[in-house]
Design a protein around this ligand. Structure first.
Ligand code: CP3
Length: 342
């Protein structure tokens, strides 16, 4: 029998939607914190295949999710292209910045990324052996715009102002960086599929700050190019696109990019998205991750409301963004029981 996630991605409406959670391997789980301590730091965890595979499997063992997502990070690709990358505890990522043509030219080419990323492919190969046969393995990368915002600013920014500024002040460097990331992302994701990833997800976490023509040029067009080339190399490969906070631009995004599924953040209502986005095919989402901190009746009611709103078409149940470190692991059981009717 085909895996439930693959059935939903192929357009099937299932009586109970398959489910996984963004950041399901993470600090809210004591077993994750133990393995991370063993690795020493976050990047060592990402680059040690046995440990990265172990944390990928932890939420599958605990909750029996229908999909496992490769444990890695969207910022490993900039590192493979030659950017310096480190994580400051309690603050987040830091990178050396790319703001000039000279900086762009000094990066490695797309053919040189695989040496750094080889441990990621090895993690996937371990997972293909160790995952339960009903669990789908999802590989991923950041979308070019989102990755570029970190490479240009050297860190996460609330409004992506440095990337917007470069887009205006030095268009050639900005477009050159988007193009390099687009081509490198294709090769990175293609190698993940060759290693055993069954589905690909493209995270465009900051798509919502692109407006009008910029959204077309730097969110939609790169996604379309990446998806078309991946499907040319791997016919039938399902792809999930996550243009987070795209709002009205969620409408038609799957058709315009060739994605099989659009992941929704929790700023749009499930009822609105069922009418305007799910009409084109599978959707994924979109429980507010804060409910896994709060728990209680609202968690149960919201889980049921979202499942009901999307029950008329193909749906993968998920959160609107990643689960946070302060979430209660018990609340995930409450969510799953509400969904699966236990
Ligand atoms: O979802 C999963 O379980 C798979 C692994 C995964 C991680 N990051 C692990 C991680 C995935 C798919 C990502 C994607 C990612 N990384 C995104 C896109 C999705 C989103 O959240 O919008 C972004 C923007 C990043 C960049 C990044 N990585 C930031 C900004 C941070 C710091 C914030 C934080 O939560 O600490 C990270 C670190 C990170 N990536 C952690 C994990 C589990 C926490 C690291 C730790 O253990 O301290």
């Amino acid at each position: 029998m085909t895996k439930t996630i693959l059935r939903a991605l192929a357009g099937e409406t299932l009586p109970v939607p398959p489910v996984w959670m963004m950041r399901q391997a993470g600090r809210y789980l004591p077993e994750y914190r133990a393995t991370r301590a063993k690795a020493g730091d976050f990047l060592s965890l990402c680059y040690t295949p046995e440990l990265a595979a172990e944390v990928t499997l932890q939420p599958i063992r605990r909750y029996g999710f229908d999909a496992a997502i490769l444990f890695a990070d969207i910022l490993l690709l900039p590192q493979a292209l030659g950017a310096d990358l480190w994580f400051v505890t309690g603050e987040g990522p830091r990178l050396s910045t790319i703001t000039t043509q000279a900086g762009l030219v000094a990066l490695r080419g797309k053919d040189e990324i695989h040496e750094t990323l080889a441990p990621v492919y090895e993690t996937i190969r371990i997972l293909t052996r160790e995952l339960p046969r009903e669990t789908t393995l999802i590989g991923f990368a950041g979308a070019p715009w989102t990755v570029a915002t970190y490479m240009i600013a050297g860190r996460g920014t609330p409004d992506q102002a440095p990337a917007h500024a470069l887009k205006t002040s030095d268009r050639a460097t900005f477009v050159g960086l988007i193009d390099l990331l687009t081509e490198a992302t294709i090769d990175y994701l293609s190698a993940q599929v060759e290693a055993g990833a069954e589905v690909i997800k493209l995270f465009d976490s900051w798509a919502g700050s692109l407006k009008g023509q910029d959204f077309d040029d730097f969110a939609l067009a790169p996604a379309k190019r990446i998806i078309a080339e991946l499907k040319r190399r791997h016919p039938g490969l399902p792809v999930i696109a996550f243009p987070r906070e795209a709002g009205d631009r969620y409408v038609g995004f799957a058709r315009a990019t060739g994605a099989d599924c659009v992941a929704l953040d929790n700023s749009v209502s499930a009822e609105w998205a069922a009418e305007h986005v799910q009409k084109d095919g599978c959707v994924q989402g979109n429980l507010d991750p804060r409910l896994l901190v709060a728990g209680g009746e609202e968690l149960v009611a919201e889980t049921r409301r979202i499942a009901k709103a999307f029950s008329g078409g193909p749906h993968i149940f998920n959160l609107g963004h990643g689960i946070t470190p302060d979430a209660d692991p018990e609340n995930v059981h409450i969510m799953l029981n509400a969904l699966r009717g236990a």
